[in-house]
Design a protein around this ligand. Structure first.
Ligand SMILES: C[S@@+](CC[C@H](N)C(=O)[O-])C[C@H]1O[C@@H](n2cnc3c(N)ncnc32)[C@H](O)[C@@H]1O
Length: 290
């Protein structure tokens, strides 16, 4: 029985969600983040919204939806809900060929051309930071190998999820994840804390800055003349047209010679006047024209 006051009791059954209610929630998510939840994933959306309703004591979707529109409380609640509605799966060195391309094909030349001896990379949709730290490891080691160990580099790591960013900022991961990091990087950049966890060494952590940023605001990003933009496994959740529009905005943030790395197959038949495709069988990447 749902209590008539609209207040939630732990014994109340949770309401069902019909397709039009689902549409309303899916549209809210897409409007605010770009993430599309297809009808086939309705169960995931319903479970996530209901779980949050239970935690916040809302008995109906209507009440909870209204709560999310309130200023400023709704915005605070939204940051928690969006974390539940987005997928944060990630790994160190998730797509090895992409990092090999950066280290072996692009970095030696980029290091030579680095303006004022600095390189700046952006991990877009960094989740809990594994991708950003992978970039930092590859840049640090690669700059040494390219004979430019003094070239300064920094990685900006952004995501919409505050809990994911907090993990990244701490740089603390379960020990099993050490296996994702090739041995030549492991020793140099990771310190084992105890039998359950390891931490990214401080010297590398301080090269990575984490911040909340919504990719939908890419056209207004406070970043410019970037050397490297890495955006994998984020755009796949977005509608096709939105992907193209955002890629255009990312292209504008690169400096000439800058590299944009996407996930293989994440956009097809994409062309942009400022970008040229890097020829590679396994990696989807573009160089910004001079
Ligand atoms: C599957 S993870 C990918 C993580 C990492 N890029 C990788 O490839 O391993 C997708 C991340 O994109 C983030 N995300 C989704 N929509 C976003 C948006 N509009 N702006 C920024 N990040 C977003 C999610 O919060 C999630 O952490």
């Amino acid at each position: 029985m749902v209590i008539a006051t609209g207040k939630f009791s732990p014994l109340s059954p949770m309401p069902g969600m019909d397709d039009s209610e689902f549409e309303r929630w899916a549209s809210l998510l897409e409007k605010r983040t770009g993430v599309v939840v297809p009808l086939a994933r309705k169960a995931f959306l319903v479970t996530s919204v209901r779980a949050r309703m239970r935690e916040t004591g809302h008995a109906s979707f209507e009440d909870y939806f209204r709560e999310l529109q309130k200023v400023p409380e709704g915005a605070i609640e939204w940051t928690t809900l969006v974390d539940r509605l987005t997928v944060h799966e990630t790994h160190f060195f998730r797509h090895p060929p992409s990092f090999e391309l950066i280290a072996e094909d692009w970095l030696p030349q980029a290091a030579r051309q680095a303006t004022q001896g600095a390189l700046h990379a952006w991990s877009v949709g960094c989740a809990s930071g594994e991708e950003a730290y992978t970039l930092a490891m590859v840049l640090e080691r690669g700059l040494g190998a390219a004979g430019s160990p003094k070239t300064y580099f920094g990685v900006t790591a952004t995501d919409v999820s505050l809990p994911a960013l907090a993990v990244g900022r701490a740089g603390l991961y379960p020990r099993q994840k050490l296996q994702e990091i090739p041995p030549e990087y492991r020793e140099r950049y990771c310190e084992e804390l105890d039998e359950d966890s390891f931490r990214i060494r401080e010297s590398l952590r301080k090269r990575v800055g984490f911040a909340q940023f919504n990719l939908l605001d890419a056209a207004r990003a406070p970043l410019k003349r970037l050397d490297l933009i890495f955006c994998q496994n984020v755009l796949i959740y977005f509608a096709r047209e939105r992907r193209r529009e955002l890629l255009g905005a990312l292209a504008n943030l690169l400096k000439p010679g800058g590299l944009l790395v996407l996930g293989a197959g994440e956009v097809t038949n994409f062309a942009h006047a400022k970008l040229r495709r890097v020829e590679h069988r396994q990696v989807l990447a573009f160089l910004r024209n001079g």
